[in-house]
Design a protein. Structure first.
Length: 934
């Protein structure tokens, strides 16, 4: 396992933290005296050295120092700078014991119990020491105070009460009762569910629903006293039999618990194990005791611990109005019913959320009728079944049940015609759906009681579908009439017009919003620009429309007005920074002015200058996207002006500043694939300043070698990745390709021959049709920033992009990759939507940051037909050939092919160290073994 030396890795952060805290302390605020400044420097030095990167210890020491007013007191505090964390905690515990009252100590002990016991980690021993105050010691201090102040002042400060408090809890200790900790937590969890429902316990109930079985498992029944066992038993039985308590833990938001309780037997087995203990069932009624005893025998195979809850679920499913997500309840019941039937030999158990058959739905309904004693179905039962059928795609049955329910109650049963309308829409019959929906709307308007009870559903669901279905019928005015401050239908309209190539109408639609004001005093056009400021799809659609309709000037003015409004209004920083990213992108690639590139560069520079280094995830994504575009544009503009011109020198200076001011990390300790230093290295490499090029990314190469020299082979792919990125930017193609060759699919070497055939089959399917590309582009409607423009290539470790959204469909889902996986995660930047995870026919750009294409997109780029705001056909590329399984299998393990020569990986790394000035590392370093498949 790799280890990190915090004292060196986060030294820069530690220094900044200490400096910031010291600057806010009163003693250092106004004094510039040499002795005070010397003391400040001493604090900085001793704390930085003593903390060893531990922010907990550092924060505690700084807090302690901030309370001191004299130099001697501060120096005494600094004597503890080198103590370890345990000693620091013990000292703090003793301080709290001396200053807190009994009730506060009890609260602290309760917190300690939860901190230790709720995390399923080995509990730490109590490190506190206890020093009691003697009455004589109190008397000495009291006598001193009475000598220096009169009775009135003594009483005013409450000294008497203070001393009494000190004496009253002199033997009270701060500790966690480790022997009874698990039992105490378990009783507290049950109390949270059975006690009075208050807002303070909601979080604890949520915790209970996650971890209750684990805490039952932690408690040793053999060591638990009979009293608590009986209490737990009498509460536990109610959790499964009484509807009031079932409703508290089986809420609609927690139906996910069916996985552990219904689809699997583990949790139920834990509970039944408790009910086998005589002390646990002692407090139960005779009827309850007989029931649980039967559960633990084989006498009643059709009975189950969950049966009472199952009846409650059946009632929720078919006899309660208002639960919209019937699928969660149905899945719960399907798992339960099939579980019991398998036990009695009547079928196979369902253990996951499945798409049920019609027979399975009817089977669970039949079971529910029997258990609930229903012989005749009313309108509510029938419409709930209709909703269930509709959800699972049985439209004929949904229409039939909706019609029956509607006929049973036509005056107030609005849910039946609404379900009928939804079913028609799902079948593509939007006119019929709208006609039926009008009946529902009329029912709401006529019946005030319905509107009052279901007002939220009317506005959030019914009017929503009225708008959506009108959009499908291209009835745009009708779609927009019901909620003018909602811009989603307008976006839908724009996308439909774009698909029909009606670009002039898109511009007209946008301009019509410019004369209308929203409730915040913004024009609706500006408000829409703000709402979709971070939407790639929106920006690309309006710029495409402006270009096709000859209205680029109008698009430019729209951006400018939106940016000015974002500056002056209380909008989120995300809105302004996103607009100042997309607007220059429009200028750079679409606007035909001679100074458009210069203006774009200026706005990008303003954007970087205005974004804090520490910001939320969305703003950080925009920052790095801007860095990537700005760095690439500096290089592009310098090339076009001529590398030997003063203009090129200006851009090189700007690039040096950018790479310094916006570097992704702290020197040797960090690497990001979005780093302006990569383009600076490229700039120097093109100008044949080889040493400067190496120096620009020297720290990154060092980090790669560090990773490859540690004891964790699972992270070696990251080292190879850093190497290929860095080396390709400085024209070391041979070593870059060697690094690429070590990033193949993660399969066993013995399987490579079989995978050759798989790779050939799937590669033939990988080209991707135009329709696939269009579909992929449409899927980006909810994307914040594209892979190309956000610069947020997913790191292979977590499979998520930097903006937190889920990754694109897997290679196998795209028909591109044959299900073979590697450590990388690329979404090609040509807009085709294809994804790849290992070295296989890749075209990485040497002049951009984090841009790579497949063959089809690369050829379109070079032909000028790509249609994406990325890269430039004049750029240089490295070509990583198709992965050859036979070739990979022919390379011995722990070897790599460098150019035409096969050498050991340690020897190859040795040549890189020597070439880039790290050869002094060779002595006494572990040389790891590598597998080509890794």
């Amino acid at each position: 396992m790799s280890t990190i030396q915090l004292g060196t890795r986060n030294k820069e952060d530690i220094l900044k933290f200490v400096e910031l805290r010291l600057d806010t302390m009163e003693i250092f605020k106004k004094s510039d005296q040499p002795d005070i400044q010397e003391l400040k420097e001493r604090i900085r030095t001793e704390l930085t050295h003593g903390a060893q990167g531990d922010f907990f210890k550092l924060n505690y020491m700084l807090t302690e120092i901030s309370k001191k007013r004299r130099r001697k007191e501060i120096e005494e505090a600094l004597e503890h700078a080198d103590e370890d964390r345990q000693a620091t905690i013990a000292r703090e515990i003793e301080r709290l014991r001396q200053t807190l009252g009994d009730e506060d100590i009890e609260d602290l002990n309760e917190l300690l119990t939860w901190v230790i016991g709720a995390r399923a980690q080995q509990a730490a021993e109590d490190k506190a020491t206890h020093t009691a105050l003697h009455e004589s010691e109190i008397a000495i201090v009291k006598r001193f105070l009475r000598n220096v102040c009169d009775d009135e002042l003594f009483n005013k400060f409450g000294f008497e009460e203070f001393f009494q408090e000190k004496l009253s809890h002199r033997n009270t200790s701060i500790h966690a009762d480790l022997d009874n900790m698990d039992l105490h937590i378990l009783l507290s969890l049950l109390k949270a569910i059975y006690g009075e429902l208050r807002s303070e316990v909601f979080t604890l109930i949520e915790y209970t629903c996650y971890w209750l079985p684990d805490h039952f498992r932690e408690v040793d029944l053999a060591l638990t006293p009979p009293g608590p066992q009986s209490t737990i038993g009498s509460q536990l039985i109610k959790l499964f039999t009484e509807e009031e308590y079932v409703d508290r833990w089986w809420t609609q938001d927690r139906m996910w618990m069916r996985t552990g309780w219904v689809y699997n037997d583990e949790y139920c087995s834990i509970v039944l194990g408790w009910f086998k203990d005589s002390a646990v069932v002692k407090g139960l009624t005779v009827e309850q005791r007989e029931w649980v005893n039967g559960l633990n025998s084989s006498s009643r195979p059709d009975d189950d611990l969950l049966k009472p809850i199952a009846k409650i679920m059946a009632k929720r499913w078919l006899q309660v109005c208002g639960l919209w997500f019937v699928e969660d309840i149905y899945w719960w019941l399907l798992g339960y019913v099939t579980k019991v039937k398998e036990r009695t030999g009547e079928g196979e158990r369902v253990t996951s959320d499945v798409s049920p058959t019609l027979e399975q739905i009817l089977e669970v309904e039949k079971w529910a009728m029997k258990e609930l004693g229903v012989t005749e179905q009313d309108s509510l039962w029938t419409v709930q079944m209709a909703i269930t059928f509709r959800h699972y795609g049985f439209y004929e049955q949904a229409i039939e049940r909706s019609t029956i329910s509607k006929n049973l109650d036509s005056s107030s049963n609005w849910r039946a015609p609404f379900c009928l309308a939804q079913t028609h829409a799902l079948q593509g019959r939007y006119k019929m759906a709208l006609e039926t929906l009008e009946e529902v709307i009329a029912m709401f308007r006529k019946n005030g009681d319905i509107m009052e009870e279901w007002c939220a559903a009317f506005y959030s669901d019914i009017l929503y579908y009225l708008r959506e279905w009108n959009v499908e019928l291209q009835e745009y005015e009708a779609a927009n009439a019901h909620n003018p401050d909602s811009y989603e239908p307008i976006l839908r309209i724009i996308l439909i017009l774009e698909a029909q190539e009606k670009y002039g109408e898109i511009i007209e639609c946008l301009q019509s919003l410019d004369g209308e004001m929203d409730e915040n005093g913004l024009t609706r056009l500006v408000a829409m620009m703000h709402q979709y400021a971070d939407s790639k799809l929106y920006h690309e659609t309006i710029t495409k429309a402006g270009r096709a309709a000859g209205q680029l000037e109008a698009v430019k003015e729209t951006y400018q007005v939106a940016i000015e409004a974002a500056k002056s209004s209380e909008t989120r920083l995300t809105t302004l920074t996103a607009l100042r990213y997309w607007y220059p992108l429009f200028l750079y690639y679409d606007y035909p002015s001679h100074n458009a590139h210069e203006e774009a560069v200026t706005v990008w520079e303003q954007n970087i200058a205005s974004i804090p280094r520490i910001s939320n995830e969305l703003v950080s994504n925009v920052r790095w996207s801007t860095v990537a575009k700005l760095a690439t544009s500096y290089l592009q503009e310098a090339r076009e002006a001529g590398l030997d011109t003063p203009i090129a020198d200006t851009y090189r200076s700007k690039l040096i500043y950018l790479s310094t001011s916006s570097s992704a990390g702290a020197g040797d300790e960090y690497f990001s694939h979005i780093d302006a230093q990569l383009i600076l290295a490229r700039f120097h490499s093109i100008m044949e300043y080889e040493q400067k090029a190496i120096e620009a990314i020297r720290s990154h190469i060092k980090l790669a070698l560090d990773i490859l020299d540690d004891n964790d082979e699972s992270s070696d792919w990251q080292g190879f990745k850093i190497l290929y990125i860095c080396l390709s930017h400085i024209e070391d193609d041979v070593n870059a390709l060697a690094a690429w060759s070590l990033l193949g699919p993660t399969i066993d070497r013995e399987a490579t021959s079989d995978c050759q055939e798989i790779g050939e089959e799937t590669f033939s399917e990988a080209g991707g049709s135009e329709s696939e590309a269009a579909a992929a582009e449409e899927d980006e409607s909810s994307e914040i920033l594209s892979q190309t423009d956000a610069g947020d290539e997913e790191e292979g470790e977590d499979g998520q992009s930097a903006n937190g959204s889920e990754t694109s469909p897997s290679p196998s889902e795209n028909g591109y990759g044959g299900g073979l996986d590697g450590h990388l995660s690329f979404i090609w930047d040509g807009g085709c939507g294809h994804e790849w995870s290992y070295a296989d026919d890749v075209y990485p750009c040497k002049d951009c940051i984090d841009v790579q294409f497949d063959t089809a997109c690369y050829e379109k780029l070079k032909a000028g037909t790509l249609g994406q705001k990325v890269c430039n056909k004049s750029h240089d590329f490295l070509h990583v050939p198709r992965w050859d399984f036979e070739e990979a299998a022919s390379v011995p393990e722990s070897h790599v092919r460098v150019g035409g020569e096969t050498i050991t990986i340690p020897d190859w790394l040795s040549t890189i160290r020597k070439k880039y000035g790290f050869d002094q590392w060779l002595a006494n370093h572990r040389l790891p073994s590598y597998s080509v498949a890794d």
